[in-house]
Design a protein around this ligand. Structure first.
Ligand SMILES: Cc1ncc(COP(=O)(O)O)c(C=O)c1O
Length: 407
């Protein structure tokens, strides 16, 4: 009987095959490939449309963990695998992947704030976060305030009755202040506000944000997780279901979909992240220590060195350091000399987006009255995977040029 059924099915199949026009076959093909391919790589599942088995099953809910797959915007198996792995490493409840780190920042603001609320950010916050807060949030009736990154428990003096969200970034962008996260989260929670941490510097590895009281973390996966300067992605990880619901709905409404191809590259990058992180940590520490002994340098802003504001907090809360730190030249060096030092570097390339395999350098002008008075003497360095002796030799020859130019 079974054989007869099989034969009938085959006949029908053949008939269908022959009866279809080639143009239909382009879309509804009966071509077959061998099954059972087992590989170590995550397949790249691209897809906008998701098919449902029956009309009654069709729905557009964003939470694929609850209802299964409904639309590529909310995740394909590739994007959700990256989300799950970031979440596992950060020890959160759930993670949502965004098209970049800055997208993760604006998405968090839009999901957790409304007109009439007050948000607090450290003075050391990543520049484009400040731009979004001042330029967009204020336009939509959100009050934006800034607090000194070293505030700790004293942040309570900055709270208003409508303070709903407190941002942290530790260490701070460019100036590298390490924050007292437990003190800040405790004060914020006592006031009924949520806390968010930009956890990009620690790659979500060296600071256990949720254990220190943070409610939401974000990372630019563009940096360490991608690891090769060839993709843009972000992540938002939450402590609990309640915050996940608020973010999930906003993610759907904003339409912040991430590319599965980029997610697949990030998944590949993640596999080597442990060895890359260890290598850049060692190189950055070696270079930072070497620079501490140089007469041209006033300050080395590396969280693992006592010269960095908040170093004691780094020792208390972090389990490692990454490859990004800053130096401040002594006051006698002019802006032109600092620029000449940068231009003299050969291995350190001039570029913003760190976390890859190439060493980078960038200069910043710190002119704001509320920021440390480093002026144009601050230079940010990122150590990549080049040999440390070559990196030190490169910095040494560039410093040598500085001295020669001075005389
Ligand atoms: C600390 C920090 N947060 C967020 C971002 C934004 O990430 P993306 O460049 O992926 O938008 C960056 C990028 O420079 C960053 O350094």
């Amino acid at each position: 009987m079974a054989n007869k059924d099989d034969q009938q099915a085959k006949n029908l199949h053949n008939k269908n095959q022959h009866s279809k026009d080639w143009k239909t076959k382009l879309i509804h093909s009966d071509a077959e490939v061998p099954q059972g391919f087992h590989s170590l790589a995550t397949p790249v599942y691209r897809g906008s449309t998701v098919l449902f088995d029956e009309a009654a099953a069709a729905n557009d809910h964003w939470n694929q963990h609850e209802v299964g797959y409904t639309y590529g915007l909310y995740g394909t198996p590739t994007t959700l695998e990256l989300a799950a792995k970031v979440c596992e490493l950060e020890r959160g409840f759930r993670t949502i992947i965004t098209p970049g780190g800055q997208a993760a920042i604006s998405f968090i603001h839009l999901a957790l704030l409304q007109s009439g609320d007050h948000v607090l950010l450290p003075e050391s916050i990543y520049g484009p976060n400040r731009m979004f807060s001042n330029g967009v949030l204020r336009r939509f009736g959100v009050e934006v305030g800034y607090y000194p990154p070293g505030a700790g428990a004293a942040i309570k003096n900055e709270f208003r009755s409508n303070t709903r969200l407190v941002w942290c970034e530790s260490p701070g962008s460019i100036t590298m202040e390490v924050q007292d996260i437990p003190a800040i989260t405790q004060a914020a929670h006592a006031h009924g506000a949520l806390t968010v941490l930009d956890n990009t510097w620690s790659a979500g590895i060296y600071l256990d944000a949720f254990a220190h009281g943070i409610d939401v973390t974000m990372q630019a996966l563009t940096k360490y997780v991608g690891g090769h300067s060839d993709l843009l992605l972000g992540s938002v990880t939450v402590r609990d279901q309640g915050i996940f619901e608020r973010l999930g709905e906003m993610h759907q409404t904003l339409g912040f979909a991430a590319s599965p191809d980029d997610c697949s590259l990030a998944l590949r990058g993640m596999k080597t992240m442990a060895v890359r992180l260890r290598a850049v940590e060692q190189a950055a520490l070696a270079l930072a220590q070497w620079l501490s002994g140089r007469p041209e340098i006033e300050l080395v802003l590396h969280p693992a060195l006592p010269s960095c504001p908040g170093h004691e907090l780094w020792k208390r809360d972090f389990t490692g350091a990454s490859g990004l730190f800053s130096i401040v030249f002594r006051p006698q060096y002019s802006k032109e000399q600092v620029l000449a030092f940068i231009d003299a570097l050969r291995l350190f390339k001039i570029g913003y987006s760190w976390g890859g395999v190439t060493s980078l350098v960038m200069t910043y002008d710190m002119q704001s009255p509320k920021r440390p008075a480093y002026g144009s003497r601050l230079v940010r360095l990122y150590t990549g995977l080049e040999a440390i002796e070559d990196l030190i030799a490169d910095v040494e020859q560039a410093l040598g040029r500085l001295t020669t130019d001075q005389h």
